[in-house]
Write a protein that binds this ligand. Structure first.
Ligand SMILES: [Zn+2]
Ligand SMILES: [Zn+2]
Length: 399
């Protein structure tokens, strides 16, 4: 499979560069979706559905009656102006593939190509579904992101397992990283207002001062992970904005806070919500009040150990055991987590640090990946799906 993938590496890179040059923001992936549908048509033998989850594309190959494994790639770019100076830099000012979703889309097209070849010369018992998903980076006003939109349109119906990868520009090229169980965080943004009764700075006793209330509330908020949550449960409470007041001698009526709450398991998640409320309630003891709005964001990614094991052994077989690394992914988030709740799912990280040794962090204008790893990514996804579809994996169908 790796040899076959390397034979089409040039085509995968060409697709990646094409998509990179024409980045489209979340839920606006029209050109990308058309390129995907055209490429799948060229490959042939794939049933194609467009407009799934607004701008998503679904392809399917194999036998519909058998078990089905889905492979997911996200297609959206970020509102960043590219500064890499690459010859195939973004032509859409203010949009850039700065998270590698261009690579994911090209890799999945490569995998579709490989699986088409495999389907032609092997007896398949099941099917493979390709999920080209819009809008991973952001949700609309109703809190709907691409994964949720695709699920709502039935893209995961009948799927027994779902797999994906994410390129990682900070990890050495060609290494593959796996983590069983919870591996990325649930992310809940929140906004809060501490309310008082402001007035003349010379007469603080005549009202109540929300800036003064802010002190103990900040202490309480930052103490939640260390004092109120079991230290064995990963969690984060971070503030990104505090604002209130305008001039030196006026006590404002309110102070506004914005922050993020991150956790793995649901119990810790709900406990964090309650503790944030409790911290804000301190304002009441100081003569004020508060409003708290928590928006429920992406859930934590749970990597099913068995499905993860299928990808891990395909990776070991193709890249060698020394290329496979057990790692902890951290407290970032991925809306693939919604899909991994619909069917057993797992995602691995594909190390893709460019050889120039420059810092290429995700979500920055200098982001880039080492394109030499794209064929490997396609091979690992395709090989896992091939083994699944040809009935070589134990327990490939859930009980
Ligand atoms: Zn991202
Ligand atoms: Zn991403």
């Amino acid at each position: 499979m790796l040899t076959q993938a390397q034979a089409i590496a040039g085509e995968i890179i060409r697709l990646r560069r094409d998509i990179h040059q024409h980045p489209e923001l979340s839920f606006q992936e029209y050109r990308t979706a058309a390129l995907v549908a055209d490429t799948l048509t060229e490959i042939g033998g794939i049933e194609i559905q467009t407009g799934v989850g607004r701008t998503g594309v679904v392809g399917q190959i194999g036998r519909e009656e058998g078990p089905i494994i889905a492979i997911r790639a996200d297609m959206d770019a970020l509102p960043i102006t590219e500064s890499t100076g690459l010859p195939f830099s973004s032509q859409n000012t203010g949009a850039m593939h700065a998270c590698g979703h261009d690579a994911h889309t090209a890799i999945l097209l490569g995998a579709a190509h490989l699986l088409r070849q495999s389907f032609a010369d092997e007896s398949w018992r099941g099917g493979v579904r390709f999920l080209f998903q819009p809008s991973e980076e952001s949700s609309d006003a109703q809190g709907i992101s691409g994964a949720t939109a695709m699920i709502a349109d039935g893209a995961l119906a009948g799927v027994d397992a779902v797999i994906a990868l994410h390129v990682a520009s900070d990890y050495p090229a060609g290494k593959l990283y796996f983590q069983n169980g919870y591996s990325l965080a649930a992310v809940d943004p929140f906004e809060a207002w501490i309310r008082g009764d402001g007035g003349h700075g010379a007469y603080p006793h005549n009202g109540s001062d929300p800036l003064y209330m802010l002190g103990p509330i900040l202490t309480a908020l930052y103490a939640i992970p260390s004092r109120r949550i079991n230290p064995l449960k990963p969690c984060v409470v971070s503030l990104g904005q505090v604002s209130g007041g305008d001039v030196h001698n006026v006590i404002p009526n309110e102070v506004r806070l914005k922050g993020t709450i991150r956790s793995h398991d649901e119990e810790t998640r709900r406990r964090l919500w309650r503790e944030i409320e409790a911290a804000l309630r301190l304002s009441e003891a100081m003569g004020g009040g508060y409003t708290l709005e928590i928006s429920e964001g992406y859930p934590a990614l749970y990597n099913d150990p068995e499905v993860n094991g299928w990808m891990r052994s395909a990776a070991q077989a193709l890249a060698g055991p020394e290329a496979v690394v057990d790692a902890q992914f951290g407290m970032g988030a991925e809306d693939f987590a919604y899909m991994a709740r619909q069917a057993r799912g797992a995602m691995f990280m594909l190390g893709a640090a460019p050889a120039d040794g420059m810092v290429r962090h995700h979500h920055t204008s200098s982001f880039d990946v080492d394109e030499s790893v794209l064929a490997l990514g396609a091979a690992v996804l395709a090989e896992t799906a091939r083994r699944f579809a040809t009935g070589q994996l134990p327990n490939a169908r859930p009980d």
